[in-house]
Design a protein around this ligand. Structure first.
Ligand SMILES: [Mn+2]
Length: 376
């Protein structure tokens, strides 16, 4: 769990940053962040609500229609606007923190009903700078955050193991998806961190395939890209299995190239190196592999490579599955960052889609694979 003290420290950093901007410009800037509103699923049924990551990161508050206002020049530098407790809501939906809870449990200096929020009363002119600042804080995980991410990773590892066990020709992709969901929830995760991909045969070449409604055939590969969300933190793992338990030669050849790219890329994930260097290593190994296997003629032609490998080597991970605060073109690795490493090769004409993905924490001395426990 993230302690109240840690949430407070995050807010202190934001307030200090805002105060400096205000001083520099001789103006009183405020900064506000919203938790977001409910979305309709059908008629009077809503989707489950999830607070926006920036809002949650600064408050620990998970309810809808809340707004956090930061104002270093005020007597009450941290104000929360929240939905007030109302008896009708309590009967139907249960507990809500209300104004009292916002102060007592979430350390707001003052709390108001969301209905009273007037955007024009605050000068949010530095929203972009503040948002970038919050994202830079989010990119470096604290020990408490790392513990939650490890738990999220452990749940996803377990889900992938259990899902692998049921794979056999004749079952449907959604049966595998159901097994993933069952493990996520039974281990205390809120559910998936993003819709699970269970892609058999040619579907394995569709990067964000989520319909998961086809039958697994003998000879198919099944690509599973699935991660849990635990206490708001995401994990993100991809593994590929053969329907019958055994790869064909063509499948194995491609698998070995992707695995080599992943293992070599992992060696580049350490302080001082950049995300771009990892990307380059992946591209070189994949291009060489594709040429050796005869899929492309020229390993130095980006267009030929792109036909079979069309994404980058990974992304940062945290509250969002594609997390904030890291520019993959310019950022260097810093201890506390978490990134995925996920090379892939997709050969549609052979129904071979291979991606191998793990979640890597950058440490002072190298890196730690949070999802190492899962075989590949
Ligand atoms: Mn990913």
């Amino acid at each position: 769990m993230i302690s109240k003290v840690e949430f407070k420290e995050r807010r202190k950093k934001v307030l200090n940053f805002l105060e400096e901007l205000s001083k520099k410009d001789g103006k009183n800037y405020q900064f506000f962040v919203r938790s977001g509103s409910r979305k309709i699923f059908s008629n009077d049924v809503n989707y489950p609500f999830r607070a926006s990551s920036d809002f949650y990161y600064l408050t620990g508050f998970k309810e809808a229609n809340a707004i956090a206002v930061f104002d270093p020049s005020s007597q009450h530098p941290f104000t929360l606007f929240v939905e007030a407790v109302d008896p009708h809501h309590t009967v139907w939906e249960g507990h809500r923190e209300g104004l009292e809870g916002a102060i007592e449990n979430f350390d707001a200096d003052k709390a108001f009903d969301t209905d009273e929020f007037k955007e024009e009363k605050f000068c949010n002119a530095k929203e972009k700078e503040l948002t970038n600042f919050v994202h830079s804080l989010r990119s470096i995980k604290s020990d408490a955050e790392i513990a939650l991410m490890q738990k999220s990773a452990d749940i996803a590892v377990q889900a992938h193991r259990m899902a692998k066990e049921i794979i056999t020709p004749g079952i449907y992709e959604y049966e595998v998806e159901a097994k993933l969901n069952q493990v996520f929830r039974s281990q205390g995760a809120s559910g998936w961190a993003y819709p699970s991909i269970v892609a058999a045969g040619e579907n394995s070449c569709i990067l964000h395939y989520i319909s998961n409604n086809e039958k697994i055939q003998k000879g198919d590969l099944i690509l599973i890209d699935a991660g849990a969300e635990y206490e708001m933190y995401a994990s993100d793992i991809t593994r590929v299995h053969a329907a019958t338990g055994e790869f064909t030669k063509d499948q194995k050849d491609v698998y070995d190239v992707v695995l080599e790219a992943q293992l070599k890329a992992m060696e580049t994930i350490k302080v001082g190196n950049s995300f771009q260097e990892t990307n380059d290593v992946v591209t070189i190994i994949i291009a060489e592999g594709l040429q050796n296997l005869g899929y492309i003629k020229d390993k130095n032609d980006p267009n030929q490579i792109k036909k079979y490998y069309m994404h980058s080597a990974g992304h940062s991970l945290g509250l969002d599955v594609h997390d904030a605060g890291v520019d993959r073109k310019t950022s260097k690795y810093v201890p506390g960052m978490v990134t995925t490493i996920e090379p892939g090769i997709y050969i549609k004409e052979k129904k071979i889609g291979i991606r191998i993905e793990d979640d890597i924490l950058i440490t002072a001395t190298g890196n730690r694979n949070l999802t190492e426990a899962l075989a590949k």
